[in-house]
Design a protein around this ligand. Structure first.
Ligand code: C5P
Length: 254
């Protein structure tokens, strides 16, 4: 019966036109890179996104990967309102996907939310937003491609993460062990973190005291997908991390 029905439909003259109209809507993928932090743990005068890494500002490396991916439609960098350094560098090599937004906030979550609000005219509710820390310069194209591949069919969204390898200890205020935390099922969250525009915006408007986007989504009672990444996608937080990042990028190029 169903076959008959389908044949009857395919013979209908308007069928091809209907199918064209019914082509699945492809959501866009927008990257948001919060880069409005001071990076005080680096013990440097300069915000860490501008520290030199292989002769370029640290943030340039991640932006170059994101702008180079055909899957990503635009890359929005959220900078502090009084950022004095962005304009001192030449970003023209990254093409016209790159858009700076001078709307950073007091916390990372505020900066991401500021970016989401700033692109509200452009982004559709169901477009995907990939939030990536400016401080993760060693992101590789395959990290982002894997995330998009594995999360595109998820209802909630997801994030790159690495299963915890070390045994974890919880301490008291004088650094003595209170207990060992079983590491089974524990992951270290990384970025990019990928969520639908409307879901992420609503979640961040509700939960401002979070250190990543997934936490805001979890606070709304939802369960993001963990996509396995690796340790090379490290976050530059302390001075030693800059040397590690340099080593990773050099060896990858080789
Ligand atoms: O300080 P932390 O390493 O956790 O920052 C993660 C990312 O969030 C960095 O890229 C930093 O520039 C950004 N950030 C921000 N606005 C803030 C604080 C941090 O965009 N107020």
């Amino acid at each position: 019966m169903r076959m008959q029905g389908r044949r009857a439909v395919t013979r209908h003259p308007g069928f091809q036109a209907n199918i064209r109209r019914m082509q699945p809507f492809r959501p866009k993928h927008y990257a948001i890179v919060p880069a409005a932090g001071a990076g005080s743990r680096m013990r440097s005068e300069r915000p860490k996104q501008y520290l030199s890494l292989l002769g370029r500002p640290l943030i340039h490396h991640a932006l170059s990967v994101l702008c180079g991916l055909p899957e990503i439609d635009k890359v929005f960098v959220v900078l502090s309102v009084d950022d004095a350094e962005w304009r001192q560098h030449d970003w023209s090599g990254l093409g016209d996907k790159l858009v700076p937004l001078f709307c950073g906030g007091a916390t990372r979550a505020d900066s991401v939310l500021g970016g989401l609000r700033a692109i509200s005219d452009r982004a559709e509710q169901s477009d995907w937003i990939l939030v990536h820390d400016a401080a993760r310069p060693c992101i590789a194209p395959w990290h982002v491609e894997k995330l998009i591949r594995e999360v595109s069919h998820e209802e909630v969204g997801g994030l790159l993460a690495v299963p915890v390898a070390d045994t974890l200890k919880q301490s008291d205020e004088r650094d003595h062990v209170i207990r060992t935390v079983p590491r089974q099922s524990l992951w270290q969250a990384q970025t990019p973190q990928m969520f639908r525009y409307v879901m992420l915006r609503r979640a961040l408007e509700q939960a401002r005291e979070v250190t990543d986007e997934a936490s805001a989504i979890e606070a709304a009672g939802l369960h993001p997908k963990l996509v396995q990444s690796d340790a090379t996608n490290l976050k530059v937080t302390y001075p030693l991390d800059l040397h590690l990042a340099e080593w990773i990028l050099r060896n990858r190029e080789a």
